[in-house]
Design a protein around this ligand. Structure first.
Ligand code: GTP
Length: 597
């Protein structure tokens, strides 16, 4: 099949508008998978499937016969969440066009708009598709008008991916409306790294878009970013699993196996070229920037080595997680993990919890803070415990900054009041409000990333009965009145509980902390003093009276197995308790406190 009969495309959609369902239908129509197997092939990972969120991009090749000619179609799937914006843009960069998929009952949502602009900026040809026309609330004329008003897109294909209605019209539209790739086969190899994943037997598998030239077994390739060299061991296409081919040539998307060992060496957006034929690196490469951090510590009695192995295994598979050892006075030896965003963090956490249940304690998530010293040097703090004690302007520190995002919220007009109120409560500043042609309101806010991490999205959904949609973009660091709040036990700070927050929040939070922690401390042998401290100000204080330890007070009477377990644990003695200063605190206290904070 010649290059002018290749079509590389993505599906641009808001979460839940039916991207995976449509992908499956297209694979069925082209015979890649059995009809009705209902596999959601492209949503491979368990947790993703359970949550219905695509986290990892996958791609699949199809062969489609149109007017007696075979076409090679590459569907490049993209992660469905804003945390992965950078990966989405690299996926789009390997495409000539995209299907812009919109739910017929919901119409255009925040992520549709954001992804449209991302694709449009990269020059993609967009084919509008209206999905879920089988729904009773489907309003095809309205969505058609909206697609034109908002994006200037005409002639949408109206389908029901679930019912299989009119889906067959999508393939000819792809062939006729999306341009073929423009690469040159006779040029030196130039390829874009679109995705990678880890295979325990084969090492890191690279998913690449061959822009120019070709690659086959034995080709010696080099990364433009790391300079590392590799010999290609196998190439092939995804169909939907790996199928090896003789070579991959200009315009194609496929996988390369090189024996690369560390996922961290695979940088999405990197250019791979032939060792002896250097070419200019492709534009748009950006290093991933973790924006949400949390500590993970083994709970009492957990097997440290086992946890370490499984955390390392998971990071092998996810090159965007950063991992560092850390140690805490309260929780002992553990790890600091960095993630692209909150969803990324929660998916990873769930995977770990699924495997290890209660044997891990996670600290509260934090964003990175920037500290500008008096001499102008800057440093980024990813562990609240390392945040300076004093407030801005105090000794040694010139400025304290926190990351902000620009949030775009689409909501029906009747909820605008609640949305504005909520954003203000989360320290957001409104920057723009617009009434859209579709009757919705689009509001923009500048809001600290830390507030988004703190369940902003959940509260937004609650305030708007689930109708609002949210998208956000990095807006850089800004000066802010941020301080560190600490919890002290008999005068000693518990490092793992420290948190950075806005100065306006410390008083309330400090009181809550002391009360909450006290609940888990009823069973002390000696009297202890709990305090919440900010700088040198004590915000709240409480004394825990000496009392017999009653491990069962929090349990439901019927929970017999758990009761027995706890009693057995108690019998084992108190020598495994961690100590802060000279006070022994059972880990259950931290665990309970952190789980509820
Ligand atoms: P992400 O992976 O999170 O981006 O979601 P998605 O866009 O891939 O959505 P998915 O295909 O998982 O579909 C979301 C929900 O909509 C599922 O419950 C589907 O069964 C349903 N759905 C998809 N297409 C249709 C359709 O044509 N009609 C109806 N009624 N439901 C559909």
């Amino acid at each position: 099949i010649p290059i002018d009969r290749y079509r590389n495309f993505s599906i641009v959609a808001h979460v839940d508008h039916g991207k995976s369902t449509l992908s499956d239908r297209l694979l069925e129509l082209t015979g890649v998978i059995e009809p009705g197997s209902n596999k959601q092939v492209l949503d491979k990972l368990d947790v993703e499937r359970e949550r219905g969120i695509t986290v990892k991009a996958q791609t699949c090749t199809m062969i489609y016969n149109h007017k007696n000619k075979d076409y090679l179609l590459h569907l490049v799937d993209t992660p469905g969440h804003v945390d992965f914006r950078q990966e989405v843009s690299r996926s789009y960069a390997s495409c000539g066009g995209a299907l812009l998929l919109v739910d017929a009952s919901q119409g255009v949502q925040a992520q549709t708009v954001a992804n449209f602009h991302l694709a449009d900026d990269l020059g993609l040809e967009l084919v509008p598709v209206i999905n879920k026309i089988d729904l009773p609330h489907a309003d095809v004329p309205r969505v058609t008008e909206q697609l034109f008003d908002m994006f200037g897109l005409l002639d949408p294909v109206a389908i029901s991916a679930k019912a299989g209605l009119h889906v067959e019209k999508v393939l000819p539209a792809i062939v006729e409306r999306i341009p073929p790739p423009t690469g040159k086969l006779d040029q030196p190899l130039k390829s874009l790294l679109v995705d990678s994943w880890f295979d325990p037997f084969l090492g890191v598998i690279l998913l690449v878009h061959i822009v120019d030239g070709k690659v086959s077994k034995g080709t010696k390739i080099m990364s433009a970013h790391t300079g590392f060299k590799y010999e290609v061991k196998e190439v092939g296409i995804m169909y939907p699993e790996r199928v090896s081919t003789k070579n991959l040539s200009a315009g194609q998307l496929g996988y390369i196996i090189t024996g690369m060992k560390r996922s961290q060496d695979a940088h999405i957006g990197d250019t791979f070229m032939q060792v002896n034929h250097p070419v200019e690196a492709l534009p748009g490469f950006e290093e991933v920037k973790p924006m949400v951090f949390l500590g993970a510590f083994p709970a009492e009695g957990a097997n440290f080595e086992q946890l370490e192995e499984s955390i390392e295994q998971l990071t092998l598979n996810d090159r965007s997680v950063t991992l560092q050892k850390e140690s805490s006075n309260a929780l002992g030896q553990g790890w600091r993990l960095g993630f692209l965003g909150t969803l990324h963090a929660s998916v990873f956490k769930e995977r770990l919890e699924k495997e290890h249940g209660g044997s891990l304690i996670f600290t509260a998530p934090t964003v990175p803070y920037k500290i500008v010293e008096k001499d102008g040097t800057e440093r980024i703090v990813t562990n609240p415990d390392d945040f300076p004690q004093m407030t801005s302007g105090a000794m040694g520190v010139k400025d304290l900054q926190e990351p902000f995002v620009e949030a775009t919220i689409h909501t029906p007009p009747e909820y605008v009041g609640q949305v504005v109120q909520l954003c203000q409560a989360f320290r957001g500043q409104q920057s723009d409000v617009e009434y859209l042609a579709n009757g919705q309101v689009c509001a923009k806010f500048l809001i600290p990333l830390a507030e988004l991490v703190d369940d902003f999205f959940g509260k937004l959904k609650g305030a708007t009965k689930g109708y609002a949609s949210l998208d956000y973009e990095d807006a850089g660091y800004q000066s802010s009145q941020i301080v560190k709040l600490e919890l002290l036990v008999n005068g000693n700070s518990v490092d793992a509980l420290a948190k950075v927050m806005h100065v306006s929040q410390v008083d309330e939070k400090g009181r809550i902390w002391v009360d909450k922690f006290k609940e888990y401390m009823r069973y002390q042998l000696f009297e202890i003093i709990l305090q919440a401290r900010c700088g040198n100000r004590i915000i709240a204080r409480s004394t825990v009276k000496a009392k017999r330890k009653d491990v069962l007070h929090k349990l439901h009477a019927a929970d017999i197995t758990r009761r027995k377990k706890l009693l057995a644990k108690q019998k084992e003695g108190k020598n495994r308790m961690q100590s802060v200063g000279r006070v022994h605190i059972p880990q259950e206290a931290y665990q309970g406190f952190l789980a509820r904070d």
